[in-house]
Design a protein around this ligand. Structure first.
Ligand SMILES: Cc1ncc(COP(=O)(O)O)c(C=O)c1O
Length: 499
């Protein structure tokens, strides 16, 4: 069916060119619809389903290719059998637990499997304490709230002030911790980094702990370099400090990316509930849990570690349902997909995939070193990430390399390290299951082309930034203004009201 109603569509009047950006433009959709479809207002009329599909499909072609997106830890490939399960459950609202009891049971099985993987001290017949979330960010908000509430209850009972809670972390924490701190009014006390050491120093962290510290947050798999923080050392030092002071400051482990790597590759590293002060752990199912975006998990050591008054009991959907999440409705598919991966792959399958990713990371690292241009910043032990900096940034920078790689479709992020290592800028490649050895070879060959092009440029055209004078320490306010300015420009350029 072709709609031919006359309207202010593209090509209808002189005004159209001016307004072109207000209307959708799709080559093939014109087979089905001739009427201009507005971009920023709901169209007045219905259009055929083929046209709607074509409009959207054509626009989405301009997105990057997920499998070439080396910036993201998030899974971009699953088996077709799992895709089928996802589609079959896409219409189930997870929160309707009474209507979908099997899905609820499946989430509980996943929680138990994860708690067991992280050595929670629950007996074989005891149910583990945890919940599925939208990702590690929601999981961290929940864990943080539990710590805050427990600390407040204790302080109230002791007749002490309870209005200045803080969390001690490394300056390398992911932004979701800053979000938690701002949204839930908890101060984030960050241990500064230094050149050559890009994770939280346990000694400095424990020194920063005071009576208002609700927890120390350690990261298993730093977002910046993939490195594991030394949770065992934090546990050891904090145990001593707790003994001296009479406090009982606990530890949370942000295992967003490392939680599905360490148990398979480094079972001997003690970072989980084997350490007595570790009270809760989050992990992203959609990272090395191998599920598409939209699933995370948080597990607690014991039911005492999750204050009862944070749990909501609802009964209007049929029976008493305890919930502890930030939102109400959400899809079920991701939970089912996680369960699929657990039973499909088992311990053996996850181990094989993680070993393969590490081997690929090693090959990439060797190839990068061989170019003679880069220093490897990531460590051998950690999640399969290769972070690398330029040996010589006087002519061009990692930012120029990241920009140029876009030409070949690669998305490789470049960024500066947090305080006090801001003068170090790196590129980072996340090795996921779908990043094959042949893609490594292709990436290296494209990096070599980019380096040659940049080397051939006249010196004046490059913009060196990585010099002592070029990077000056910025205040938090300056950084905030820069980021806000960037987003404002981004939004304006795209003429969208949302970001
Ligand atoms: C260490 C760490 N924590 C938390 C997060 C947030 O995870 P999510 O994207 O699952 O919300 C990330 C994401 O990259 C991360 O690397």
């Amino acid at each position: 069916m072709v709609l031919t109603t006359a309207s202010k569509g593209r090509g209808d009047s002189g005004e159209d060119d001016e307004n072109a950006d207000h209307y959708l433009n799709s080559t093939f959709a014109s087979r089905y619809v001739r009427e201009a479809v507005p971009k920023w207002r709901m169209p007045k009329k219905t259009i055929p389903k083929d046209a709607a599909f074509q409009f959207i499909n054509d626009e989405l072609m301009l997105d990057g290719t997920p499998r070439l997106n080396l910036a993201s830890f998030v899974t971009t490939w699953m088996e077709p059998e799992c895709d089928k399960l996802i589609m079959a459950s896409i219409n189930k609202n997870y929160v309707d637990m009474d209507e979908y009891p099997v899905t609820t049971e499946i989430q509980n099985r996943c929680v138990n499997m994860i708690a067991h993987l992280f050595n929670a001290p629950t007996g074989d017949t005891e149910a583990a304490i945890g919940v599925g979330t939208v990702g590690s960010s929601e999981a961290i908000m929940l864990a943080g709230l539990a710590f805050k509430r427990k600390w407040q209850q204790k302080r109230k009972a002791e007749g002490k002030p309870f209005d200045k809670p803080n969390i001690v972390t490394g300056a390398n924490v992911q932004v979701c911790w800053e979000k938690f701190a701002r949204y839930f009014e908890v101060e984030l006390k960050e241990v500064k980094l230094k050149e050559g050491y890009y994770v939280m120093d346990p000694e400095k962290a424990v020194e920063m702990v005071d009576e208002n510290t609700i927890c120390v947050a350690a990261i298993l798999g730093s977002t910046l370099t993939g490195e594991f923080e030394d949770v065992k050392k934090v546990n050891e030092l904090l145990t001593l400090k707790n003994k001296e002071t009479g406090w009982d400051t606990p530890i949370h482990v942000d295992a967003a990316s490392g939680g599905f790597v360490a148990p398979f590759l480094y079972p001997e590293i003690e970072w989980d509930f084997r350490l007595p002060l570790v009270k809760s752990i989050n992990v992203s199912g959609h990272k090395y849990g191998l599920v598409y975006a939209g699933i995370g998990w948080v597990v607690w050591r014991d039911k005492e570690d999750l204050p009862e008054d944070l749990i909501f009991h609802i009964n209007y959907l049929g029976s008493d349902q305890p919930t502890f999440t930030l939102n109400f409705s959400k899809g079920s598919s991701q939970i089912i997909a996680q369960y699929y991966q657990f039973i499909r792959l088992g311990f053996e399958g996850y181990k094989n995939i993680m070993e393969n990713c590490m081997a690929t990371a090693k090959i990439l690292q060797n190839r990068l070193e061989k170019t003679g241009h880069f220093d490897i910043v990531s460590k051998d032990i950690g999640v399969p990430v290769v972070a690398f900096s330029l040996k010589d940034s006087s002519k061009y920078t990692v930012f120029n390399i990241a920009d140029s790689l876009r030409r070949f479709g690669w998305i490789v992020p470049a960024y500066t390290m947090p305080a006090d290592a801001e003068h170090i800028a790196v590129l980072r490649v996340v090795i996921r299951e779908d990043f094959s050895r042949s893609l490594v070879e292709r990436l290296i060959s494209d990096i070599l082309k980019v380096l040659k092009d940049l080397d051939d440029l006249p010196t004046t055209s490059a913009t060196p930034i990585n010099t002592d004078t070029a990077i000056k320490k910025k205040t938090d306010r300056q950084i905030e203004e820069e980021v806000t300015g960037h987003w404002k420009r981004f939004v304006k350029e795209r003429k969208t009201g949302a970001c």
